[in-house]
Design a protein around this ligand. Structure first.
Ligand SMILES: [Zn+2]
Length: 115
């Protein structure tokens, strides 16, 4: 932790680190499942169809986790730069309650998607 980083967002920093580790872990598992490192594709075609359907679910999980991980990395960079908690569009303060719910939120409520 560097000297100029404020302690104000310590909880958010801790949360981001824990969440990033969790997501990296999930991505690793999902990707190894997709590469069939654990189970080969079943020979039976019905079973194979189910497995391929599962793959779609896994791919959706992968996309979601990867996207969240990107948002977390961006938030960690903003922390390094000392601009964490500021909206990346209008530079206004992001509501503390919003940050508590979604610590990697890049926008304030006025600029955010759907808000
Ligand atoms: Zn804004």
């Amino acid at each position: 932790m560097n000297a100029h980083s404020s302690d104000r967002f310590r909880d958010a920093r801790t949360w981001l680190l824990a969440r990033a580790a969790e997501l990296r872990d999930r991505l690793q598992r999902v990707r190894s499942d997709l590469r069939r490192e654990r189970e080969p594709l079943p020979r039976d075609s019905a079973d194979a169809a189910i497995t391929l359907e599962n793959d779609e679910v896994l791919e959706a999980l992968e996309r979601t986790a990867a996207r969240e991980l990107d948002l977390i990395h961006a938030a960690q960079e903003r922390m390094e730069e000392g601009v964490f908690g500021l909206c990346i569009r209008c530079a206004g303060d992001i509501d503390v309650r919003r940050l508590r719910t979604v610590p990697y939120a890049p926008f304030c409520r006025d600029c955010g998607p759907g808000g």
